[in-house]
Design a protein around this ligand. Sequence first.
Ligand code: ADP
Ligand code: MG
Length: 692
Amino acid sequence: MKLESITGQTQLEAFPGIGAARAKGLEKLGLTTAEDLLRYYPRSYEDRRVRSSIRSAPEGQPVCIPAMVAQTPQMSQIRKGLSVTKVRAVDSSGAMDVTFFNQTYVKQALIPGESYVFYGCVTGQGPRRQMSNPVFEPEGRARFTGRIMPVYPLTAGISNNRLAGIAQVCVDACAGEVEEILPPAVRRDHQLAAAEFSCRNIHFPASEQALDQARRRLIFEELFCLSAGLSLLRGRRQTAPGPVFKGGDLTPFFALLPFTLTKAQRRAIDEAAADCVSGRPMNRLVQGDVGSGKTMVAAACCFLAWQCGWQSALMAPTEILAEQHFRTLSAVLAPAGLRVGLLTGGLGAKEKRNVKAALAAGEIHLLIGTHAILSQGVEFAKLGLVVTDEQHRFGVDQRAALTAKGEHPCPPHVLVMSATPIPRTLALIIYGDLDVSVIDELPPGRTPIQTFLVGEDKRARMYNFVRAQVKAGRQVYMVCPAVEEAEEESSASLKAVTVYAGQLQSEVFPDLRVGFVHGRQRPREKEAAMAAFAAGEMDVLVSTTVIEVGVDVPNASLMIVENADRFGLSQLHQLRGRVGRGSCQSYCVLVTGSRNPESRARLKVLTQTADGFRIAEEDLKLRGPGDFFGRRQHGLPQLRLADLAGDTRVLKEAQQAAQALLRADPALDQAEHQPLRRQVQRLFTEHADIFN
Ligand code: ADP
Ligand code: MG
């Protein structure tokens, strides 16, 4: 294979040493072409630059030792499956024994009288110096020694050396071809290394400084493209005029409410209402801890839309939540004459048809639903406002799809409600240029929830506590991680909903009313269980996290979470928000059998603070952004190098640079921005329509 014949498109399968089997393995890593490999970055590096003589090599630290093989390697079969090959190597300072286990090829590879560089740890002193399983290669033709070596994330069947070997060939052949995506002005202003340099040095760093420069540039590039893509996704609306909710008046809305709004709620409503008459589409995030009363901000906006002759849509992440919003908002808004519709996947075909027809005819003023409202055939007569609740559950693309339903006559206002206080770094990326209203105040009369962390030894006491709460007229949630026993390998110890509910009813609380709800039930069963609990016909509700978001039963005063160590902190905080919604003292008990001090310390955070932001930051620190949102739920392209939690400074820089660029060239039409445009397009392939 000639170096000149290799291009970015060359299949890795064509490389020497990569047969069909290894190509399959590489494919699992997402690697089929040379170009893929160039963008497959090392996970870490091994500094193999330290050279030493046999005598002076420090014990136990990896070093490169140039030495001559002094005799023919001797192989012996110790037992079945274990062979040992030994050879003696010498330099001017002394000699050492080099031992290889199960590497029979060594016998042919090491030729007496030839010099090699051995990279490994030396043990033993004086005449007993030795090295086991070193990396070695002929002196003077060093590829894997005497330099900083990349360590790649691997799959079975491919060694790091082999991958590094083809990476080296790819880099040599193609680094010069790598397209410069960043415009020259951006590179200059932010002092970023060139694309070719970065490609070479991220794989095979010439020095630590070179690696730092390469990394910084590539991270910047990644975040720059991400920011540019997201801005483009939202951008079109910014320039278009929005619906104008003229002549609305919220006084009658306030009169409909059974309570006085908090100052924070009023502020958020005022801000949103101002957006709605501004003539530009609203793009606002309402952030507030669980129970802060975000729903009423949405209700106010829907009311305003209705007064001004526009329809609204509210999308919730679960059916339970959609149904609850339907009940709450109907109760508040219907008396004024506003007609509310519900559309979920669980509806029958006929009901769905009716809802769709009423919607298209403009007879439904507010449609509430799950992502079912994104489906084909759901047409609004005049959509002016889109609200998404518990935003982080939806991908960027889903949000865009809903907004698209209202493109005519103009893009709708968008209001996003998030209960998870998203750490600032993530909010920056996901919401970018959204305006933010924070509801930093809970409705009056709430007593802070008391949270306890308990081990299995307290189980009996915990059950007594449940009984006491029920006796006092309260209700109890018990949350478990899995639906059915044996859903996962280690599920023997998990409290599975159905089994656990049955056991509680028959053995622990025969005199109480125990019910259950989980995600695998039919929508009707789910709703029936939730409704019974909300109506106080059930004392204890055993459930999975389907109740996690938004569900509102003010009489529930105790939340027990089984196997609490299986949940993320933010998720637990959300769950805990299901109680403490009324005026009674509420409790949250986190049960864990884990003795792992780390996971106990993690859970302890929840007993110490109710500050959702602090909890979210803690979560992000411990688990990383991927897990924070659930795997890839955020719909963002995967980042290869950048770390949203750690690279805040570069993130801000990249974001500002991307925004400045888009101000100058809003659709990336200029010739010199074409490489960037293509790269952004590639990143957002699922959203290719952002470019028309
Ligand atoms: P979240 O912000 O978690 O979505 P909700 O909007 O579900 O919170 O409100 C939580 C509970 O507080 C609901 O029962 C709601 O009726 C009630 N609530 C909202 N605002 C107020 C208020 N200003 N005064 C009293 N109760 C309120
Ligand atoms: Mg809510």
